[in-house]
Write a protein that binds this ligand. Structure first.
Ligand SMILES: Nc1ncnc2c1ncn2[C@@H]1O[C@H](COP(=O)(O)OP(=O)(O)OP(=O)(O)O)[C@@H](O)[C@H]1O
Ligand SMILES: [Mg+2]
Length: 311
């Protein structure tokens, strides 16, 4: 099976300078591909660099170094305004907090139509309005909502508006940065199901960023685990859950509550000790099984391999 790569990220770095002589290596060399139609989950604790990675990929930030290709074309580097506009249309982002990411002084109509205006996708006002009304229905709101303002909606509804705004330009690829973290648990599944339905109907590709592994497993085909600016493990979702190799991944998995109270009572949380690694050489990203990657030294690699064989 040959799969078409939508996104290729190679050794991407984003460092921030924080005062004199201080550098924050928010993203410090990550490499992965995303295939057409899949959902790639990116997980890791707060501050591990997930949002910075997403924002750098979509070029909200300039990369410090490394490469991002979208449909085979370099996203960073020098670009004409036309080329940038084209990327801009094909890649969209959905944010965590639908409250602060929607302008409170704009109507829902104008918020959703922003991309339509920028890319001149409607011939006149009537067509513009019609497109927005269609989008509202696609995301489970109704067209009467177009004249209202963001504060008149619940968190879940606001996130639907954010999704409609992203869809307005007919993107191929969407980066969703913790799109459900700020919502009530009861609403989270609804928004995830909406995203999944949209993916099926429109052939969308997602980079889905999340804190914890519980919802991500349900939505992702493959998962990358970030720790302090690095990808420490990457595998198909099932493989990652069944055969986690990196101690940090094991620790994240041990934090997920189990639905069955009998097992939940006996669940053991594994703490991650970053100082317990082999330091005889710089760790590298190595393929331990087909399509299963882990960041480790050669010594750790042999040890992890043995553990996998014993299973
Ligand atoms: N604009 C910025 N300027 C300076 N430092 C930043 C900036 N944005 C992020 N950082 C720092 O980079 C690191 C990674 O932050 P980032 O927001 O990417 O993490 P995250 O994994 O998305 O965390 P969270 O789960 O809390 O959203 C943190 O140490 C953060 O303080
Ligand atoms: Mg973040």
């Amino acid at each position: 099976m040959t799969r078409e790569k939508v996104l290729e990220v190679k050794d991407l770095k984003k460092h921030f300078s924080a005062g004199k002589d201080k550098v924050i290596k928010a993203v410090d060399g990550i490499t992965f591909d995303i295939y057409k139609g899949e959902t790639f989950g990116l997980v890791g604790e707060s501050g591990s660099g997930k949002s910075t990675a997403g924002r750098t990929i979509i070029r909200l930030y300039d990369a410090t170094s490394g490469e991002v290709k979208f449909n085979g074309e370099d996203v960073h580097g020098r670009k004409s305004r036309d080329q940038l506009r084209k990327f801009n249309r094909k890649m969209q982002m959905i944010f965590q907090d639908p409250h602060s990411s929607l302008n409170p002084r704009m109507t829902v109509l104008d918020i959703i139509a922003e991309g339509i205006d920028v890319h001149k996708l409607a011939k006149n006002d009537a067509e513009r309005k019609k497109r927005v009304e269609e989008l509202l229905e696609v995301v489970g709101l109704n067209k009467e909502h177009a004249t209202r303002f963001p504060h008149e909606f619940s968190g879940g509804q606001r996130q639907r508006i954010g999704i409609a705004r992203a869809l307005a330009v007919e993107p191929e690829f969407i980066i969703a940065d913790e799109p459900i973290s700020a919502l009530d648990v009861s609403i989270q599944a609804q928004v995830v199901n909406l995203l999944k339905r949209l993916q099926r109907d429109r052939g969308l590709t997602y980079l889905f960023i999340a804190h914890d592994l519980s919802m991500v497993k349900y939505i992702s085909d493959r998962i990358g685990v970030m720790y302090m600016g690095h990808l420490v493990e990457l595998a198909d979702s099932d493989e990652l859950y069944e055969n986690p190799v990196h101690p940090y991944t094991k620790s994240l998995l041990s934090a997920i509550p189990l639905p069955d109270p009998r097992y939940e009572r006996e669940r053991v949380r594994i703490a991650y000790d970053p100082t317990a690694h082999d330091t005889s050489e710089e760790p590298e990203f190595r393929e331990i099984r087909p399509n299963h990657w882990v960041r480790c030294t050669s010594k750790e690699f042999e040890q992890y391999k043995k553990e996998l064989e014993k299973k």
